[in-house]
Design a protein. Structure first.
Length: 468
């Protein structure tokens, strides 16, 4: 090696660190230093002062922290190169419970002694919890399409519409996160299904707030015990809707958006409006957006029509009945529909949900040609009324029922309320017993620890979270 090459190697390649250059050349450090000094002298210059080695710490330092709620975990490794899979497996982290959502990595080289230059790395991963135990993660079973059947016989002039009010489907973890408590009353939902089987309505209208979506609220506290429940809720509500489709294969089923379903588009609008109309590449603009209630519930599989936005509602029998999720609200029983009748300026009957109270009232309107009866009805809720439903006082004044509207050959549509109380429905001369169906649901959605309708194991925490 000529003198200039030797000097460049020592000074430029190894930044004056003789030991590193000597290791590179495979000769003793002192031998190289002598050669370097001689090369400098031959060029009439003095050697650079040896820098000595800045030694990097070859040992690896690790920090591993989890937030107070146990939802986010950050692992920070400085030292030898690694990768997220190794970082997780080294710490026994189950990938069925934690998923990497962010990775930051920075590389550099540094001498680590005896002239060795090491590849160093700072690696940081952020994980988010997707479940609390491996068995909570179940593979998604594709749902089979269950389309509406076309009736073989001509449609009767008489028709019946079944109205199913706010079920507020939601699940709440037990304190040990081994069970999921329902906020919806499965027995009441089963009674609604039995009424559908008995009456074979032409139309079934889901009056909104079938989903509660507590984790998507922008207004109320999003308690950690709601977190990670939405997938189970979607699958369970899909199961219930499929039961209605199976029970009434010829019925038109319409799902009206409630203020709780609207939590999802509201949140999207707030945070990332672009998501609102985002669709799969193979979707048409008639298909529901990717992140939307009709898409998440696979309503097209069941031939269920979704009506949004919230305020629209729908009109039945050429404007004879207006069906919406929201309507006038009164504090005490009967006051909501009384307000609706006070507000009535035209002769359309009204059905609306949201009140969670079982109410029906009528008034005689004076018209130029005579009198005409107008009624207003709110069929209450199918949520639990035993003090365990989300977002409200544990001492709710709610009632359960479903409603029927009969239209005999274009005559005045007549309302009928079917009261439900403590797992029993009272339909004409029959008492119908509701079943939680919990084993069937757990099997269908592939999640065994679904809980029966028992009280929460920590009502105090529930009250603290949601007030009284
Ligand atoms: Fe509502």
């Amino acid at each position: 090696m000529i003198d200039t090459q030797l000097i460049d190697l020592v000074e430029k390649t190894f930044d004056g660190v003789i030991a590193a250059a000597a290791t590179h050349l495979g000769i003793p450090r002192t031998t190289l230093y002598d050669q370097y000094k001689a090369a400098c002298a031959s060029l009439g210059r003095s050697p650079r002062k040896s820098k000595g080695e800045k030694r990097a710490n070859p040992t690896t330092s690790v920090t591993d922290t989890t937030d107070d709620e146990g939802e986010i975990r950050v692992i920070d490794v400085t030292g030898m190169p690694t990768n997220p899979d190794t970082m997780m497996s080294d710490r026994g982290i189950d990938p069925n419970i934690w998923r990497v959502y962010d990775l930051q990595c920075r590389d550099w080289t540094a001498p680590i002694g005896n002239g060795v230059v090491a590849h160093m790395q700072h690696t940081k991963i952020a994980l988010h919890r997707i479940a609390w135990a491996s068995e909570q993660v179940c593979p998604v079973t594709p749902v089979a399409p269950l389309p509406r059947k076309k009736p073989l016989t001509p449609k009767s002039a008489n028709s019946t519409t079944l109205i199913i009010p706010d079920s507020q489907c939601a699940l709440w973890w037990s304190t040990d996160r081994a069970k999921l408590y329902p906020c919806h009353d499965r027995r009441a939902m089963d009674i609604a299904l039995q009424i559908a089987i008995l009456t074979q309505p032409d139309k079934i209208i889901l009056l909104g707030d079938m989903l509660d979506l507590p984790s998507f609220s922008r207004k109320f506290l999003r308690h950690p015990r709601w977190k990670g429940t939405t997938n189970f809720v979607l699958r369970e509500l899909y199961w219930w809707l499929a039961q209605f489709r199976l029970a009434c294969p010829y019925a038109e089923i319409i799902y009206i958006e409630g203020n709780h379903e609207k939590r999802l588009p509201d949140l999207i609008m707030d945070r990332a409006p672009e998501l609102l109309e985002l669709r799969r590449a193979d979707a048409t603009f008639d298909d529901p957006p990717a992140i939307s209630v009709p898409n998440l519930l696979a309503l097209d599989n069941l031939d269920v029509q979704y009506i949004a936005p919230l305020k629209n509602g729908l009109w039945l029998w050429d404007g004879a009945v207006h069906v919406t999720h929201e309507g006038p609200l009164g504090k005490r029983g009967g006051q909501s529909v009384a307000k609706a009748l006070d507000d009535a300026t035209f002769c359309s009957h009204r059905v609306y949900g949201h009140t969670h109270k079982r109410e029906l009232a009528a008034k005689l309107m004076q018209e130029y040609t005579g009198t005409r009866e107008v009624w207003a009805m709110s069929p209450g809720t199918l949520a639990r009324v035993d003090g365990t439903v989300a977002g409200v006082s544990p001492r709710v004044d709610w009632q359960q029922s479903v409603a029927l509207i009969h239209n005999y050959d274009g005559y005045i549509p007549l309302p009928e309320l079917v009261p439900i109380e403590r797992g029993f429905g009272y339909f004409r001369q029959d008492r119908i017993q509701g079943d939680t169906r919990v084993e069937e649901i757990a099997e269908a959605i592939n999640y065994a620890p679904l809980c029966v309708d028992e009280m929460y194991d920590d009502v105090g925490a529930f009250e603290a979270a949601f007030g009284s």
